[in-house]
Design a binder for this molecule. Structure first.
Ligand SMILES: Nc1ncnc2c1ncn2[C@@H]1O[C@H](COP(=O)(O)OP(=O)(O)O)[C@@H](O)[C@H]1O
Ligand SMILES: [Mg+2]
Length: 315
């Protein structure tokens, strides 16, 4: 049965909860904070995504290896660029990396120059196909890709909200997870079948974020969704915020950056990715930026991010 929830925040103590949509009579409902007892009104909002979770209990222990979802429901924040360049950086550090293109726009598949025709869609629709058959090598050593294709959009229509849909990717990955040191999942700019599956399979979600007003708003919404995923399908999910396309010359960027640090200090990666035209030039040639220019600021920053992740794992 669909179990539609929404996230509310206590106006007094700021604790966050998930509540069932069925408490609403009309457009508003009165709720009592279970932390401080404060009673307040919440409203159904049009931007509230109707994310549903089913009832399979989550695994008690997280997988030992690193599955990283790169996610933000805002488009153009460098999710795909981060997957490609972080994946490549980890691979040059001798880590075996699988990148999963879980966005029907298939930008990562195009960027890496993959001509493999099968995708996750084929894995779901063919009993004979195994996940190993879909994973393609790339032209780079240690770097592999599970490609995307346009027909994957059907999966959202067919499965979003059905019993245990959140675990479809995780269950498939169980067969290959030990073959890779890192698995990076590129997600679409929406909260849907793909994003909820990625957040359920991941041990860490990296949220690329620009330093502008809308990004802060979008981040709050995504953190709310992550809170729900932690409560339902993936209690051990960790969060890291990655500042991308930072413009040192922009006063507004500085103000927003300070705000993000104030609000989320512990979650923000030390590495910051600056605005860098090189990344666009590299993408025109379907190349990782550090491969295109070994002095590029963004290429060096993605190498630093890879080191930060390795240290995080070692700690
Ligand atoms: N550090 C950067 N500096 C300048 N442009 C960037 C940087 N990172 C990404 N871009 C550009 O921003 C655009 C959106 O990036 P993309 O990775 O496709 O975002 P998303 O996957 O979140 O939609 C692309 O044109 C990309 O080349
Ligand atoms: Mg993308």
């Amino acid at each position: 049965m669909r179990n539609v929830k929404m996230i509310v925040e206590c106006k007094k103590c700021k604790s966050r909860y998930t509540i069932n949509k069925n408490v609403f009579r009309g457009k508003s409902a009165k709720v009592r904070c279970t932390g401080c007892g404060f009673v307040f009104k919440v409203f159904l909002t049009s931007d509230d995504k109707r994310v549903s979770f089913t009832n399979r209990p989550p695994a008690k222990k997280q997988w030992a290896n690193n599955v990283i979802a790169v996610s933000n429901q805002k488009g153009g924040v460098a999710k795909t660029s981060t997957c490609m360049n972080l994946g490549f950086s980890l691979s040059v550090m001798k880590k075996r990396v699988l990148m999963i293109d879980f966005d029907i726009q298939a930008n990562l598949t195009q960027l890496i120059g993959c001509e493999h025709t099968s995708s996750f869609y084929d894995l779901i629709h063919s009993r004979e196909k195994k996940i190993e058959d879909i994973i393609a090598p790339t032209r780079y050593k240690n770097l592999f890709l599970l490609p995307s294709s346009r027909n994957m959009m059907v999966l959202n229509k067919l499965f979003f909200g059905t019993v245990d849909y959140e675990y479809i990717l995780k269950d498939k990955l169980a067969q290959v997870k030990d073959d890779y040191d890192y698995i990076l999942i590129d997600t679409p700019p929406s909260i849907d079948f793909f994003t909820i599956n990625a957040l359920t399979a991941a041990s860490l979600v990296v949220i690329p974020s620009q330093c502008d007003f809308f990004s802060i708003q979008g981040m709050d919404q995504l953190l709310g969704i992550i809170h729900m995923v932690k409560g339902k399908s993936n209690p051990c999910l960790e969060t890291g915020i990655l500042i991308t396309m930072y413009d040192q010359k922009s006063e507004a960027s500085k103000v927003v950056y300070d705000q993000i640090i104030d609000l989320h200090r512990k979650r923000v990666f030390k590495t910051r990715i600056e605005q860098d035209e090189m990344i666009k030039e590299a993408q025109l040639m379907s190349l990782p930026v550090i491969y295109y220019n070994k002095k590029s600021s963004s290429g060096l920053a993605y190498l630093n991010l890879a080191r930060e992740l390795l240290e995080r794992k070692a700690a």
